[in-house]
Design a protein around this ligand. Sequence first.
Ligand SMILES: Nc1ncnc2c1ncn2[C@@H]1O[C@H](COP(=O)(O)OP(=O)(O)OP(=O)(O)O)[C@@H](O)[C@H]1O
Ligand SMILES: [Mg+2]
Length: 246
Amino acid sequence: MSALVIEGLSRNFGGLRALSNVSFSVEAGERRLIIGPNGAGKTTLFNLLSGVFKASSGRISLFGRDVTGLSMHERARMGLARTFQITNLFPRLSVMDNLLIALQAGAPGAFSLTRRMRDQTVLHAQADALLNQWGLASIAMRAAREISYGEQRQVDLILAMAMQPRVLLLDEPMAGLSAAEVVRVTGMIRSLPREMTILLIEHDMDVAFELADRIAVLHQGCLIAEGDGPTIRAHPQVSEIYLGVE
Ligand SMILES: Nc1ncnc2c1ncn2[C@@H]1O[C@H](COP(=O)(O)OP(=O)(O)OP(=O)(O)O)[C@@H](O)[C@H]1O
Ligand SMILES: [Mg+2]
């Protein structure tokens, strides 16, 4: 079954066509990399998929259901989660509180007052487990703005994973990380449940090829190539415009 079907998706900003008639599908459990030069429309694609922006035209289906007209929150409720290119943490709150807010938002019956007290204990235990699992327990009580940029990006990723989404959109989770942190975050993404569908925007080609089942290449708003690693490596237009090979 396709997790995601995108048909003729376009988005204009004034006179600029940021995304132009893009169609592709992503199978359930697939790890799909989105690559392309700066300004290619990668983040715009994620903004349309998650419902941050409305499409100018085209259609988006999530697990067979047309979600084109649904809000961001309705799509999140259907199991879509994302990270942002810029960190999305509450800067003054602790890492733990940021995580509790994300877990609270994702918990069933999150807004039921009668369940709130019991939920708090459960959520705390979940948050502890997640921070331990990813080796970040030592920064749990520190304010998000005080931890390193690399740690912030890892917490961002944990927040999105904590929602246990069916489809996870990751916008350049490795950007600005040290080489050691890239290895760590690559490992985190690789260890996600295999049934989780992952779309990942990535600039580092080595990371992209290592994680991808399939790759989609955007250029100036258009989908110019799609396929597995070897297909994309061998694609002449991709080499020309993206890899800088003459
Ligand atoms: N909210 C917006 N308003 C106006 N123009 C926008 C908006 N968002 C994106 N654009 C424009 O759309 C084009 C695609 O931008 P987008 O951010 O999707 O590119 P990208 O592939 O994510 O690039 P990068 O690799 O730099 O993150 C760019 O020309 C950008 O300036
Ligand atoms: Mg972007």
